[in-house]
Design a binder for this molecule. Structure first.
Ligand SMILES: [Zn+2]
Length: 390
């Protein structure tokens, strides 16, 4: 490779308001922009919780006239997005707030896109049809620490029938501001805390070993890995005991929220085949959680990739207090055990034909070309066989 000819592009543009109580500042922010009627996009489960009710009350008390759209559930699909567009129009909204986990934020971004850009959602897949017009003002409020979608340019929405995932990717999809408030994540139960935390860790580790030159992403990834190493297990254990708003619990949640955004910032560099495998698995097993799928696959992929990225793997080992690759893989296995992520997938009933399909899907995934080690169809089959209990 001729170093002089390699031009890399770096950009970290999002304004982030970060800290306990940050979300209470949202009404002020909207009012200053002359906006009054946000459509608040969230998922059905969060919409039923007191934390959401409190959030809506806060918006109203701050002088806004919000309308909640609670139509997001499961791995989000196209019809949920179009219903959101209808809700925006019916309620004469003038802006959006996407609050929740990755699904709510991914949907909020493309709902915003369709408000000012005509046509069907899927016409915009992979920028096939360019996003011509500016989006209405959108703010993202994460309530999980995992996807980092709040600072990302991508959105992932599936087909209602086939569950095939479509990716929407454009600088215009970036939320204009993020309100990252650890208080909103205090009530997240132990399993989603663990699964979303493993997603963040996977973003950080895959970005760090991904192909390509991105020293800023590398620095952010390594520091993010240190945060996960220190705070994920305590966050899960506080979630288990339902300890409430102690300073230690708030600290763990805050640092995980930061680590998740750092993961998304870092994966501008690229991801790898943990995500290729997870994307294949969640396509064929719709109920499987993206973060859980990554969490199960991660140690198998770290082992597989180590020979292709020995120096980076060594540095990750050191970041978590281990000596070498073996120590790093064992550290991930121990962390998983501690937070309740299984060693292998149980009850997937994947026969040879299914393994073949999963491997084909993973091989074709966009993340595969970013992985440091060349991975063939046969290699993917072996990885799936290791990770899926027969
Ligand atoms: Zn992910």
């Amino acid at each position: 490779m001729n170093g002089l000819m390699t031009i890399s592009q770096f950009s970290y543009p999002t304004s982030i308001y970060f800290g306990e109580g940050a979300s209470k500042k949202i009404p002020e922010h909207f009012r200053a922009l002359g906006l009054k009627r946000p459509l608040v996009v969230t998922d059905r489960d969060l919409g039923a919780l007191p934390v959401f009710e409190t959030f809506m009350k806060g918006l109203k008390a701050g002088g806004l006239e919000p309308h909640a759209y609670l139509g997001i559930f499961g791995n989000p699909v196209r019809s949920q997005v179009h219903s959101g567009v209808d809700a925006y129009r019916q309620n004469h909204a003038d802006s959006l707030i996407a609050i929740g986990g990755g699904a709510a934020m991914d949907c909020g971004k493309v709902i915003a896109m369709l408000i000012t850009n005509p046509g069907d959602l899927f016409e915009y897949e992979w920028s096939k049809k360019p996003i011509q017009n500016a989006l209405p003002y959108i703010v993202a409020v994460p309530t999980t620490a995992g996807t980092g979608s709040e600072i990302g340019r991508a959105s992932l929405v599936s087909d209602d029938q086939t569950h095939q995932k479509k990716i929407f990717f454009d600088q215009k999809l970036l939320p204009r501001a993020v309100y990252a408030d650890p208080e909103l994540t205090l009530g997240l139960p132990a399993l989603p805390t663990a699964a979303t935390g493993m997603d963040a860790l996977t973003h950080l580790m895959e970005a760090f070993v991904a192909k390509g030159y991105h020293p800023m992403a590398d620095g952010i990834a390594l520091e993010g890995i240190r945060k996960v190493a220190k705070y994920l297990a305590p966050a899960v254990s506080f979630a288990r005991t339902k300890i409430g708003a102690t300073p230690e619990h708030l600290e763990a949640r805050k640092e995980m929220l930061a680590a998740a955004m750092m993961g998304a910032a870092a994966f501008q560099k690229g991801l790898g085949i943990t995500h290729s495998c997870a994307n294949a698995l969640t396509t064929y097993y719709d109920r499987l959680h993206h973060g859980l799928a990554n969490g199960v696959m991660l140690p198998y992929v770290l082992e597989w990739n180590a020979s292709a990225a020995p120096e980076a793997t060594q540095r990750m080992a050191e970041a978590v207090g281990m000596r070498d690759t073996k120590g790093l893989v064992q550290w991930v296995r121990d962390l998983k055990k501690q937070i309740g992520i299984p060693e292998q997938f149980q009850d997937l009933h994947a026969d040879e034909a299914r393994i073949q399909k999963l491997a084909e899907h993973a091989l074709a995934d966009g993340c595969t070309s970013e992985n440091p080690r060349e991975t063939s169809l046969e290699d993917f089959k072996q990885l799936f066989k290791k990770a899926i209990s027969s």
